[in-house]
Design a protein around this ligand. Structure first.
Ligand code: NAD
Length: 345
């Protein structure tokens, strides 16, 4: 199998690439612009493999993207390249429209050219549950939930989902869309809540909590997301949408408390001292109150189930960030942890 993975130097994309090369023996072309969030070090396990190819390409550059893909002739495309941080989308939405909308359009157009050139192209468009907007206290997002994105990030992802759907309906492009809940695990850029809190707790910096911290997120280990994407890649039906999530809901405040306990336990620190670092700051504009995924469809139709328990997954994740100081130092050199995403700035 020859698989092109866009955004393969990012958090989830690199986990997909590692899995494809190391566990499935697939030949992979990683396509990545290497923005602040992309890092070749995320691919160190596959760099020496003859199965892995890397192209530093911006998906907004239609000609370069076309040339890389027509040259590689993939049987499958897994599309993860995106601007992915909500706070940055508030400060600078333009890059989100360019990459997430125009970049996706460019990719769908090249994929149309590939159909017919390769035996049976499959295209997995990776998206987020944030396109559905915010939930109240009850219920969970299904594949039939209305799209109600509230941030420039989720609106740009929603737009890209609509393009994927239309390219299936209009051009018969065999696209499958996945909408997944919040991921955690190694190699996540430390602007996102879990790695940021771990590193800040370890360095005794303030642990910022947006608003009252009672926003609910539904957490999934990145490795379980990868197995879900593989089930969709292998057996998903073109034109279908699959929600992926592990029904692991938690408030942000509860999550920070668990991270504090874990960092304290693993570094022989005083949990009380770390807890005193918690600092409530003004909430994110239009902050969605609750997300939850109903993953019945992918479980029933594709026989997928998450395998990683949250307690052990979080423990291993904390251990990974504490053990990978050089990786973290590179990331914190790029982003020093300043508050982003306040509309007034
Ligand atoms: P990430 O920010 O860690 O990685 C994004 C990657 O895309 C980076 O390597 C970056 O260099 C690359 N990229 C950005 N702009 C590009 C461009 N113009 N051309 C080529 N490459 C470009 O993001 P992530 O968390 O790994 O998310 C990957 C995908 O999964 C995104 O589409 C995101 O919307 C989706 N998703 C993420 C989560 C989550 O919790 N992280 C949950 C559900 C869905």
């Amino acid at each position: 199998m020859r698989v092109a993975v866009t955004g393969g130097a990012g958090f989830i994309g690199s986990a997909v690439v590692r899995h494809l090369v190391c566990d499935r023996g697939a030949e992979v072309l990683t396509i990545d612009k290497l923005t602040y969030a992309g890092n070749r070090a995320n691919l160190v396990q596959v760099e020496a493999s003859p199965l892995h190819n890397f192209s530093q390409t911006d998906i907004c550059d239609a000609a370069a993207l076309r040339s890389a893909l027509l040259d590689f002739q993939p049987d499958a495309i897994i599309h993860l390249a995106a601007e992915s941080h909500v706070d940055r989308s508030i400060d600078g939405p333009g890059a989100f429209i360019s990459t997430n909308v125009v970049g996706t359009y460019n990719l769908l157009q090249v994929a149309r050219e590939l159909v017919g050139k390769v035996s049976e192209l499959r295209f997995v468009h990776v998206s987020t549950d944030e396109v559905y907007g915010a939930l109240g206290a009850d219920g969970a997002f299904t594949e039939g939930s209305a799209y109600r994105p509230n941030s420039p990030y989720s609106a740009s992802k929603a737009a890209s989902d609509h393009l994927a759907r239309a390219w299936f309906a209009t051009y018969d492009l065999p696209v499958m869309v996945t909408n997944c809940s919040n991921n955690y695990g190694p190699y996540q850029f430390p602007e996102k809540m879990i790695p940021l809190t771990i590193l800040n707790a370890h360095a005794r910096r303030p642990l910022t909590i947006y608003g009252d911290g009672l926003q609910v997120r539904d957490w999934l280990h990145v490795d379980d997301h990868v197995t879900g994407l593989m089930r969709v890649l292998d057996d998903g039906r073109p034109g279908q949408v699959y929600n992926i999530g592990a029904s692991c809901e938690m408030t942000n405040l509860a999550l920070v408390d668990r991270l504090i306990s874990e960092v304290a336990a693993q570094t022989n620190a005083d949990a009380g001292e770390l807890a005193r670092l918690k600092t409530h700051v003004p909430d994110r504009p239009a902050h969605d109150r609750r997300y939850a995924i109903d993953a019945t469809k992918v479980r029933r139709e594709l026989n997928w189930a998450p395998r990683r328990g949250f307690d052990s997954g979080l423990r291993e994740t904390v251990a990974w960030y504490l053990a990978n100081g050089a990786w973290c130092a590179r990331a914190t050199g790029v982003y020093a942890g300043k508050r982003l995403g306040l509309r007034s700035i």
